[in-house]
Ligand binder design. Structure first.
Ligand SMILES: O=C(O)CCC(=O)C(=O)O
Ligand SMILES: [Fe+2]
Length: 782
């Protein structure tokens, strides 16, 4: 039951995950750089607002006390002048504040997605109604309405939550309570279960039978009356045991009454109950809370920016002081830091690039947008490689890292650090991004600002000793966390081991050098890349991508790998005979291929096709005796490139259906026929599947392109799911995913066990007339 107490530290330590996990959006720009934007972000403005909220809460209290002693006025203007002035002031201030916040939005409609804005807006609306509308439109007689409004006023006090941000100590207590909530909840459940059991025991013995409470009231004799009052029914027994036996209120009185019944076994039972529920369980609760508070207190400290330290008096000029304390973004300073790193990198740093600006960013409401004047406003990205300890088999090689400098966050708060490529680590999210504890522990310079040098050093420390980089002392780290770090470490070193082993056996070493040769591409494709003109891309869209010669060379390498007998992971659960190319040393080559294909992705699918910064690339293989085709599915990719490498085969149409969650999700739309040296590009969320080959052997290179920017967007994180317009086309059904497959096709031999395990269509969102292909209640659960 208390398993989770051991996880408290982990939960607290991971507290940063939602803020800084896949969704780094929250830290990106919500407000425009306009006058109102700056005002809304201004910490003095925020401070004043917090004070006004606090005063408003006080005023509500004073008003409640005053009107309880005098009278509740029929409307505001019939009350005392003091309260009129106060209310008018609060209504004016909050109206102005909400207006400023509204005008501050980069995109005004985004306020509708901001829960706190809507909440505050409704409160302001109520204030305006109460202060300026209701008294003047003759509604003052609505006392009922007024008292509801007075009650709703209490909601304003909830805005005091803003205080939390200003006082980290309060936040710490709240965090501690929420971290302990689960354990506390279970303790409460156990308390109730124990009380319930004991209540049955006591009620059985001391039930008041048919006697009503009224009749009992007149009994002169205290003894039977009291025992019935305490244990006359289940409700009474539960209450007595909780109040008297657990909280120990009037416990002597209760014990005395039981004793006077002359049944000492019940006295023993009562004492035993006290020992169990009051002494043990309540103390356990205290222990859980203390543990949680300690865990919060020991978690790496919040960056100094959030809780500025008291400043010492110096001779510094006010202007210099302002510059220093605000730690404003200065592109020239950043460029200087990059230049220094490039000219004099530490031994563990290599390939330091130049600052670039991303084509697309995701705002804090999850909307993708092109940065406005990126050369002025950023954000800026820097790519470089950082290696761990030289003798470390798992993290000793140079790892590609992207550091993003967002003027809203750098240098005062943090850079955004993400490992690119395949990188197994327990302390990063699924996109390779660092989590909050890393940023909390990030070293800063004497002005409390982040610097590139210190950031790079911290990344190195992260690779060498992740616990140290999170400022976790090794003896205090939960065992689970240590285990998951070492499991990931093992995965990493096994992968690198295969890459090293295969490197010495490679047939075409040039494929492993991380460079893409122009002559590997078909002529038109090469031209399009060099001309950088979307019109040229459009004209070649049906053409081949790489040249046939490349396909042959590449395939010979693939077969050479199969021959080496080295183990290869399966590319996904549906494909048993493929190889993950990123795991055999071809990641650098695929990076280059992806870079070449990026303009095409952008042209075809702006959004998912833009800003690719990750990939999963593998070979699929179909031949007799192995896989022949592939069931209908969607890919874990934003945009998929599917390139046919050969060999000779017949059949194998690639069937395309609708987009995941669309009304025509399972309606057929196109059949593509593979041709050696040709590729097809499609969105990962489009349902597709490959027909069986009827003869020969087919190998395709599948490149799943990922864009962490797109993945952080609302489109990707919360896609719509609509009810289908009707039954699916038979060609589009999937035995792995669908609940009605059997109504349209026979389950393939050996795949019958999938019956009853599907999820599509989603429950409660089935098309009209839907029936599952089996009794789902009886089917084995997934
Ligand atoms: O075999 C094919 O052409 C399709 C492969 C595919 O869609 C996949 O592996 O995700
Ligand atoms: Fe696929």
């Amino acid at each position: 039951m208390f398993g989770d107490i051991h996880n408290l530290k982990e939960e607290v330590a991971k507290g940063g995950k939602p803020e800084m996990g896949t969704n780094t959006v929250a830290l990106q720009k919500k407000f425009a750089d306009s006058f109102f934007g700056k005002m809304a972000k201004n910490k003095y403005f925020e401070g004043v607002t917090i004070c006004v909220i606090f005063l408003n809460a006080l005023a509500i209290g004073v008003d409640a006390d005053y009107s309880a002693r005098t009278r509740v006025p029929a409307n505001l203007y019939e009350g005392d002048v003091f309260f009129i002035v106060l209310e008018v002031f609060f209504a004016s201030y909050f109206s102005l504040e909400i207006l400023i916040r509204f005008l501050a939005y980069r995109q005004k409609l985004h306020c509708l997605r901001d829960g706190w804005f809507i909440f505050d807006f409704l409160l302001v609306l109520m204030m305006v109604w109460e202060t300026w509308i209701m008294p003047f439109v003759g509604l003052e007689s609505g006392l009922g309405q007024l008292s509801i409004l007075r009650l709703l006023r209490l909601l304003r006090i909830t805005r005091m939550a803003k205080l939390m941000r200003a006082f980290p100590q309060l936040m710490m207590i709240i965090k501690g309570i929420s971290a302990a909530a689960r354990a506390v909840g279970w303790t409460a459940v156990l308390l109730v279960i124990i009380s319930f059991t004991w209540s049955i025991l006591f009620t059985n013995e001391y039930h008041q039978g048919h006697i009503t409470d009224e009749e009992m009231k007149d009994w002169p004799d205290e003894d039977p009356r009291k025992i019935h009052e305490y244990f006359g029914g289940m409700d009474k027994s539960m209450l007595t045991l909780l109040i008297m036996g657990t909280i120990l209120d009037d416990v002597t009185e209760c014990a005395d009454v039981i004793r006077r019944q002359n049944n000492y076994w019940y006295l023993v039972a009562f004492i035993f109950y006290i020992l169990l529920n009051s002494f043990m369980m309540l103390n356990m609760l205290v222990g859980i809370l203390v543990e949680a508070m300690l865990a919060v207190a020991e978690a790496p400290a919040t960056p100094a920016v959030e809780a500025p330290e008291e400043e010492e008096e110096t001779d510094e000029s006010p202007a210099a002081k302002k510059q220093r304390t605000e730690k404003v973004f200065d592109i020239e300073d950043l460029k200087k830091q990059v230049a220094e790193l490039r000219s004099n990198p530490p031994a563990y740093v290599s390939k330091v690039g130049q600052l670039t600006t991303p084509a697309l960013i995701c705002d804090e409401n999850g909307q993708l947008q092109r940065p406005e004047h990126p050369e002025e406003n950023g954000p800026w990205d820097l790519q470089l490689c950082v290696a761990g300890a030289e003798d470390d088999e798992a993290y000793g090689v140079p790892w590609r890292v992207n550091i993003r400098f967002d003027p809203d966050l750098w240098p005062a708060k943090l850079p955004l650090v993400r490992f690119r490529g395949v990188f197994h680590h327990a302390f990063t999210d699924e996109n390779g991004a660092m989590l909050m504890p890393f940023y909390r522990a990030l070293p800063r310079d004497e002005n409390q600002a982040c610097t590139l040098k210190l950031t790079v050093e911290a990344i190195r420390t992260f690779l060498v000793d992740p616990f140290a980089s999170w400022k976790l002392s090794p003896d205090k780290v939960p065992e689970k966390l240590v285990k998951s770090v070492s499991v990931n470490k093992k995965m990493n070193s096994e992968r690198l081991d295969i890459i090293r082993k295969y490197a010495s056996q490679a047939l075409h070493p040039e494929l492993f050098a991380g460079y893409w040769h122009d002559e590997w591409l078909a002529d038109d494709f090469r031209k399009a890349i060099h001309q950088k003109d979307p019109a040229v891309w459009k004209s070649i869209l049906t053409e081949h991508v790489p040249g046939q010669a490349f396909c042959e060379m590449f395939l010979s390498e693939v077969f050479n790998f199969y021959k080496s007998g080295l183990p290869a992971r399966r590319p996904n659960s549906m494909n048993a005979y493929g190889i993950i190319l990123n795991d055999i040393g071809l990641e650098p080559l695929i990076d280059e291929l992806q870079r070449h294909l990026q303009p095409l992705g952008e042209l075809l699918f702006p959004g998912p096709g833009s800003c690719w910064d990750g990939h999963h690339c593998f070979i699929v293989r179909y031949r007799s005796g192995e896989d022949l085709g592939l069931d209908m599915h969607t890919d874990d990719s934003d945009v998929t490139v599917n390139l046919c490498l050969g060999l000779e085969f017949a059949g194998a149409g690639l069937q395309f259906c609708g987009m995941m969650g669309a009304t025509d999700h399972r309606k057929h739309c196109y059949t593509y026929y593979h041709k050696k040296g040709s590729c097809v590009i499609h969105l990962g969320r489009r349902r597709h599947g490959a027909d069986d080959i009827t003869s020969g052997e087919r190998l395709n290179l599948i490149l799943w392109n990922h864009s962490s920017t797109y993945r952080a967007s609302d489109d990707s994180e919360n896609p719509d799911y609509h009810v289908e317009e009707g039954p699916p086309d038979a060609v589009c059904v999937s035995y792995t995913h669908d609940r009605d497959f059997g109504n349209f096709k026979e389950y393939p031999v050996g795949k019958e066990h999938f019956r009853g395990r599907g999820w599509c269509p989603r429950r409660k969102l089935e098309y009209e007339g839907f029936t599952p292909d089996c009794d789902e209640e009886q089917a084995p659960r997934r």
